[in-house]
Write a protein that binds this ligand. Structure first.
Ligand code: HEC
Ligand code: HEC
Length: 220
């Protein structure tokens, strides 16, 4: 418990983002407590993308996804116990989503001066999220992305409103979602299953888009 409190205290110091929306940060961190076990102290996700990055994700989108996990519309077995109504109310979903949206992650490894203690180092590294490059034709991926995806996911992949950020996300996770969409296990856009942009692309073209997305993460 002591360790956790210490974590949260440092967390509070490191993760003071520009407040776009006023969020009850104390309350949000309390709600986020159990989530950190999988999504990391700062929402950077983990296990090479088994747990997605949620820091900096669009708040309305996250709120909607939490609701759909709770209602079992989007199947996410590991998270079900955490989204039960008694664990996570609608108000909690909103607070934690708005707060996570404001947590900024670094795309560069920190440079240590040598006098930092182990916890400081650990937390600094937890704040870094670098998506490794993947194979694919970046130029072709860029053309496809800007033509077919950017209208919803944004020119730089940051999303807006109900459209999720997809730049700066683990490729393994994105690919898993695309597979789920293609199998109609998860609905992609407003068009219902089996129609829409993802179905018109070849696997190589999707791979090219993934390669392109990894080049967008350092842009601001
Ligand atoms: C036991 C591990 C675990 C815990 C604890 C957990 N999650 Fe997750 N979460 C996951 C996994 C796994 C996925 C991805 C599921 C998939 O692949 O579709 C996910 C997905 C998400 C997503 C969707 C991200 C996206 O881009 O669509 C959000 C938002 C999220 N989690 C928020 C939370 C919040 C908030 C909590 C705490 C209340 C939490 N999670 C607790 C494992 C966990
Ligand atoms: C018409 C709008 C629209 C277009 C165009 C679009 N998307 Fe999406 N995309 C969405 C919406 C809405 C969601 C969230 C769906 C949900 O609620 O599950 C989404 C989700 C995703 C996700 C899952 C993100 C996550 O965090 O789980 C991926 C990956 C994705 N889109 C890739 C693409 C790619 C690649 C393209 C272009 C080839 C594309 N999308 C074009 C609307 C769009």
């Amino acid at each position: 418990m002591k360790q956790i409190n210490r974590f949260l205290a440092v967390f509070a110091m490191l993760a003071v983002p520009q407040m776009a929306v006023a969020v009850d940060a104390e309350r949000a961190k309390e709600i986020y407590g159990p989530c950190a076990a999988c999504h990391g102290e700062f929402g950077a996700g983990g296990k090479k993308g088994e747990y997605p990055r949620i820091a900096g994700q669009q708040p309305k989108y996250m709120e909607q996804q939490l609701k759909s996990f709770q209602k079992r519309v989007r199947i996410n077995i590991p998270m079900v116990p955490y989204t039960e109504e008694r664990e996570l109310t609608d108000a909690d979903m909103k607070v934690v989503s708005e707060w996570l949206a404001q947590v900024e992650l670094d795309t560069k490894m920190p440079v240590f001066k040598g006098h930092e203690d182990a916890l400081t180092r650990l937390l600094a590294v937890e704040k870094v999220m670098i998506v490794p490059r993947v194979e694919g034709d970046i130029d072709n991926g860029g053309k496809i992305y800007q033509k077919q995806c950017a209208s919803c996911h944004g020119k730089q992949g940051k999303g807006r409103g109900m459209f999720p950020m997809i730049a700066g996300q683990y490729i393994v996770y994105l690919q898993k979602q695309i597979n789920a969409y293609l199998k109609a296990e998860r609905p992609h856009d407003e068009d219902s299953a089996k129609v829409g942009v993802l179905y018109s692309l070849k696997p190589e073209e999707i791979q090219d888009v993934m390669a392109y997305l990894t080049t967008l993460q350092n842009l601001d």
